[in-house]
Design a protein around this ligand. Structure first.
Ligand code: LLP
Length: 407
């Protein structure tokens, strides 16, 4: 196991680059990728990093260099991936509810495409017929994932074509003689139970015989990482064992086994990320002592949006007595990072670190309250590199069009 960054290193980075600051430890990303590769060695699974978790161009390049492919959810993510040097053949574009023109653009860029609606499937078939292979995202009607906000495979989810509409899918495919190369599902994020993936596979295996050109089964992402000490993560070895034995039971198509694809986001980058803040104000009230840090849900929205738990530490006073606090932000709206959290005694000016901040941290940040977005730093082979500058005032005005009329 890669050692997490030491508190002294984090403090040094905070002194050097200021706070709030996102820090990514690349060796941890590599370790997570190698864990997946090792576990799935026998099945030769291919991993497409779900770039929506963190798209800094340096992180994308690093992930390309360690050998992963990339999964994109928008045409701009596709363009970022190309910019980072991924070949088009290693870029998967899983569209959801988007305009057909964006799918056409993806086709022009020659990336791998998954389509998630009958309407776009029909348009794709009409335009490209048998000329361009495509994957279909299905909704298996399974409830999976950490909570409802991050569950995407259940029968009220907007994602994918419901598997119960398979006859309509087949009619479109037949009408346009389409070349269907992959079937895709992604049932949610933070899925601990390996059997959920097996259930998805079984549902897909009931329909694979309809698709003679099928080569890939894409099981999406959603592996759970531990966010509390001692919490369970998805057992990757068990998952690999169960998935490969499910595939071994399935008859080969045209003498060739179906290949397995995954799209991990959190699993690759969550634990590699640290979010570093500084205490602005300590406010003692009758019921609660508030620690107000120089950030808020504008920079890390996960606790407020998903009730996500992030481990929090006061790295400036590791030996201090444990006390209970509410850790809050400094924006003009309730933005609680954690209630009733035990921390080493906090003083104004102390550095407070949030763990598991690599996935959907910076990526979901905003300029709410006209605050600057944080800087990002990458720690690679013991060296630190600034990979995104903190916003400056001009960034708040960029793209605004001051009207002479109202000067
Ligand atoms: N593939 C597809 C099609 C997806 O929609 C997602 C995530 C992934 C792969 C990667 O899932 P992961 O391995 O990261 O769980 N913002 C939320 C998570 C939303 C995930 C959205 N889709 C959070 O911060 O918990």
């Amino acid at each position: 196991m890669i050692n997490p960054l030491a508190p002294e290193t984090l403090i040094q980075l905070a002194d050097q680059y200021g706070t709030p600051l996102y820090i990514y430890h690349t060796e941890k990303i590599k370790e997570q990728y190698q864990r997946l590769k090792t576990a799935f060695e026998k099945t030769d699974a291919v991993f497409f990093y779900a770039s929506k978790a963190l798209t800094n161009i340096n992180i994308l390049r690093y992930i390309k260099n360690i050998g992963a492919n990339v999964d994109c959810s928008s045409i701009n993510e596709v363009k970022l991936a190309l910019h980072a040097g991924f070949p088009a053949s290693g870029i998967l574009y899983t569209s959801n509810g988007i305009a057909f023109s964006e799918i056409e653009e993806a086709r022009q860029l020659a990336v791998i495409i998954n389509i998630d609606s009958l309407s776009n499937l029909e348009k794709f078939g009409e335009k490209f017929g048998h000329d361009y292979p495509v994957g279909i995202r299905l909704r298996p009607n399974i409830l999976a994932g950490g909570n409802l906000k991050i569950s995407t495979g259940h029968d009220k989810s907007k994602f994918g074509i419901p598997v119960d509409q398979i006859s309509m899918v087949l009619a479109v495919v037949k009408k346009h003689n389409m070349l269907i190369r992959a079937l895709h599902i992604h049932t949610g994020s933070e899925i601990e139970d390996a059997d959920v993936f097996v259930k998805g596979i079984e549902i897909l295996f009931e329909i694979t015989h309809h698709f003679p050109d099928l080569e890939f089964i894409d099981l999406g992402g959603g592996f759970k990482v531990a966010s509390k000490p001692g919490e369970k993560e998805t057992d990757i070895s068990l998952l690999a064992e169960k998935v490969s034995s499910a595939f071994a039971r399935h008859p080969y198509k045209n003498g060739k086994p179906l290949k397995i694809w995954f799209e991990p986001g959190k699993f690759l980058v969550s634990e590699a990320g640290f979010f570093l803040t500084r205490v602005n104000v300590l406010k003692k009230t009758r019921a609660v002592t508030f620690v107000s840090v120089d950030s808020g849900f504008n920079h890390l929205i996960r606790p407020m949006f998903y009730d996500a738990y992030h481990q929090i530490e006061n790295i400036s006073n590791p030996g201090g007595p444990l006390k209970n606090y509410a850790v809050v932000g400094n924006i003009c709206e309730t933005d609680t990072f954690a209630w009733d959290r035990s921390l080493n005694e906090v003083r104004e000016g102390d550095y407070i670190v949030f763990r598991n901040a690599g996935a959907y941290g910076f990526e979901m940040s905003s300029n709410f309250n006209s605050r600057f977005k944080p800087a990002e730093v990458m720690v690679m082979e013991g060296k630190t590199h600034l990979i995104r500058k903190r916003d400056v005032f001009d960034d708040l005005l960029r793209n605004q069009m001051p009207l002479p009329l109202i000067l």
